[in-house]
Design a protein around this ligand. Structure first.
Ligand code: SAM
Ligand code: CA
Length: 220
């Protein structure tokens, strides 16, 4: 028994996966494929993907946003939880990474639910707001360039309905948030973002220590 979150040893993490991970063959194949890329570390952890599928189902999400697609793992996890007429607007700037994503979305039979927008995410979100989409999304996942987080958060908050959820990745930044010797702009952006949302009365907040740290923010 404990009044603190457990510190996972490698053995306990292996056990966690062994007794709880339910990864489809296709998601597993996408993970294997991405592992061979130099940028493989950008992909979310499989148990995090499973957690996001669960969140989308709990919300009854129909309209979702993703900021940062890479090879499409998290988008596939969320899109699989949407109803057939649901929609995920997926934002990225890389045609190269998302070519792989599209291939797996097709194979999973969810490509028609995913609207990939290849442009800087702040532009795509601004376009949605200009089109009158404020208040219409159930879920947003923020996982692109870290210096953009503050703007993506504000835009997503406007696009969400009350009760909708923003999920923000990498908020523990592999521990660098605490490392006084680290002062690059990504690290500074994450530190500032964490402090800011801690005080943001527009949302309910929980920082979940899964993957690289995941903040859940429910719009009030
Ligand atoms: N969620 C992904 C997954 O499950 O594998 C990982 C996303 S990866 C950490 C970050 C992605 O953000 C990259 O694919 C990168 O091309 C994209 N990105 C970087 N800057 C961006 C921007 N300004 N607008 C949109 N996407 C951007
Ligand atoms: Ca990430």
């Amino acid at each position: 028994m404990s009044n603190q979150s457990i510190q996972l040893t490698p053995e306990l993490y292996t056990y966690l996966l062994e007794v709880s991970l339910r990864e489809s063959d296709l998601l597993q194949e996408l993970r294997e494929r991405t592992r061979r890329m130099p940028e493989a570390r950008m992909q979310i952890a499989p148990e995090q993907g499973q957690f996001m599928t669960l969140l989308a189902r709990l919300l009854g999400a129909r309209q979702a946003l993703e900021i940062g697609v890479f090879t499409g793992y998290s988008a596939l996890c969320v899109a699989s939880a949407l109803p057939a007429d649901g929609r995920l607007i997926a934002c990225d700037i890389s045609a190269e990474y998302t070519r792989i994503a599209r291939e797996y979305w097709e194979r999973a039979g969810v490509a028609d639910r995913i609207d990939l927008r290849l442009a800087p995410a702040s532009e795509t979100l601004a376009t949605l707001l200009a089109e009158g989409a404020a208040g219409s999304f159930d879920l947003a996942f923020i996982d692109a360039d870290k210096t953009g987080y503050a703007d993506y958060y504000e835009q997503c908050l406007a696009l969400l309905r009350p009760g909708g959820l923003i999920v923000v990745d990498n908020v523990l930044w592999n521990g660098r948030v605490l490392d006084a010797a680290t002062a690059d702009e990504d690290t500074r952006a994450i530190r500032a973002f964490n402090r800011r949302i801690h005080k943001d009365a527009r949302v309910d907040l929980s920082l979940v220590p899964i993957g690289d740290g995941l903040s859940l923010l429910r719009k009030r």
